[in-house]
Design a protein around this ligand. Structure first.
Ligand SMILES: *[C@@H]1O[C@H](CO)[C@@H](O)[C@H](O)[C@H]1NC(C)=O
Ligand SMILES: *[C@@H]1O[C@H](CO)[C@@H](O)[C@H](O)[C@H]1NC(C)=O
Length: 403
């Protein structure tokens, strides 16, 4: 009896220890988040072991979440949903049934998942796109770009850009009855990175005549050269996206070579060529005081790193949209940026807000004090997080008024 009880007690303590993650007190659904995070950590541990034993790549195991969460395209009474291809790139298309004779708005949506996992067919993204289509009476094109580690940068960007160029042709917009002056691009996390890159590239693309009305960047990743921002320091072990996972995502976006990941962990990866670029991501200059707190700024060491020659993508604005001068920002469309307090990517988003404003771009910044990265992916039961619901309500409401 005594031994069984003791055993049970020890197992309970271990489970409690394992479940526990440092969720700040002001975050709602604290326990749900811990539980969710415990599941994600477990998958992460399995992935690490599988990789160490040589069974599978870490991301192949993480990809199982995307596969389990897959839902086929299904129309309902309000929205027609189909899987198709634009310019040979798979997309999931949402066409609203309401008001068939009026011109519609449109959104190109880019899902998150660190360029390595995720898909428009995941329940969470399917739900968000369907809901957007219905609420805004908008055509939504959700892009299934190729993923790392099978495909590295710039495959992801190129797929997305091919879809954007296809869709923005007047003949195609006409076919879907879309008002060409009311089209936006939106994405979360790695998708926010791709959305920002798309908006920048479109500005100077003579082949595209239609202009985006809005870009929406939901907790985007925007730069590669300084992974020691205050937000990385403070949120290193936050649920959903710890620094270790973000570093994995960044490095795998460019290469399978693990030496880049190791260098990124200690912020030693900054290529020699990047010294002139630090001013674009100098958080001591671009962050408001309340985010700098007592953190001390040091320029990342970049002594002899050869990563810039090996992986030029590291310094390419299509991967790191913050690494451009002001002339490349001027003229960008009205921008809506969501950042979360408890997110390693927080300061990427906030620095972009500052830089866009300095370049004269109108920006609406929705900083959510009590949210973690990824919140908008938890809108369906049993994985509902109220912080995600609030965030998505504000987002849709704002788009309804502004798109
Ligand atoms: C990187 O690894 C993935 C997964 O193991 C593989 O499919 C891909 O071909 C590799 N890429 C290169 C360039 O070796
Ligand atoms: C970063 O910004 C601070 C404050 O504006 C400035 O003193 C420092 O020289 C800058 N460093 C770099 C590398 O741009």
């Amino acid at each position: 009896m005594g031994i069984k009880f003791l055993g049970l007690l020890m197992v309970s303590v271990l489970v409690a220890y394992y479940l526990y993650s440092p969720v700040p007190e002001n975050v709602e659904d604290c326990w749900k988040l811990m539980l969710l995070n415990a599941v994600l950590r477990t998958v992460g541990h399995v992935a690490t072991i599988a990789e160490k034993l040589g069974f599978a790549n870490y991301m192949d195991v993480m990809m199982k979440i995307t596969i389990i969460e897959y839902t086929p395209p299904a129309s309902d009474e309000k929205v027609i949903v189909t899987d198709t291809k634009f310019n040979d790139v798979p997309v999931r298309l949402y066409v609203p049934k309401g008001q068939p004779d009026t011109l519609k708005r449109a959104m190109i949506y880019l899902h998150g998942g660190g360029w390595c996992v995720g898909g428009s067919g995941m329940k969470s993204y399917d739900f968000l796109s369907r809901w957007t289509s219905e609420k805004l009476n908008a055509v939504v094109v959700s892009v299934d770009y190729r993923l790392a580690p099978k495909y590295h940068f710039p495959a992801q960007f190129e797929d997305v850009y091919a879809v954007v160029k296809y869709f923005l042709q007047s003949s195609v917009l006409d076919q879907y009855n879309v008002d060409s002056s009311r089209v936006c691009v939106s994405g979360d996390s790695a998708g926010g990175n791709l959305a920002a890159a798309v908006a920048q590239q479109l500005l100077h693309d003579p082949e595209v005549k239609v202009k985006l009305k809005i870009q929406v960047l939901i907790y985007p990743a925007l730069q590669t050269i300084d992974l020691d921002l205050p937000s990385y320091r403070e949120n290193e072990n936050m649920p959903i996206l710890p620094k270790s996972l973000m570093v994995r995502f960044w490095s795998q976006y460019f290469t399978n070579d693990t030496s880049l990941k190791e260098a990124m962990e200690t912020n030693q990866h900054g290529p020699t060529e990047s010294s002139g670029l630090y001013k674009f991501v100098n958080w001591s200059h671009w962050l408001p005081e309340r985010f700098k707190k007592s953190h001390i700024y040091t320029t990342p060491s970049h002594g002899s790193s050869k990563f810039g020659q090996k992986y030029p993508g590291l310094l390419d604005p299509r991967a790191a949209p913050l690494l451009v001068d002001e002339t490349k920002l001027r003229g960008l469309p009205l921008t809506y940026i969501i950042t979360c307090q408890y997110d390693v990517l927080r300061d990427d988003g906030i620095m972009y807000v500052s830089r866009l404003r300095e370049a004269g771009v109108p920006v609406i910044h929705d900083h959510v004090e009590d949210a973690v990265h990824g919140a908008i992916s938890f809108l369906t039961s049993p994985l509902t997080l109220s912080m995600g619901q609030k965030m998505s309500n504000n987002y849709i409401e704002w788009l309804n008024e502004n798109l």
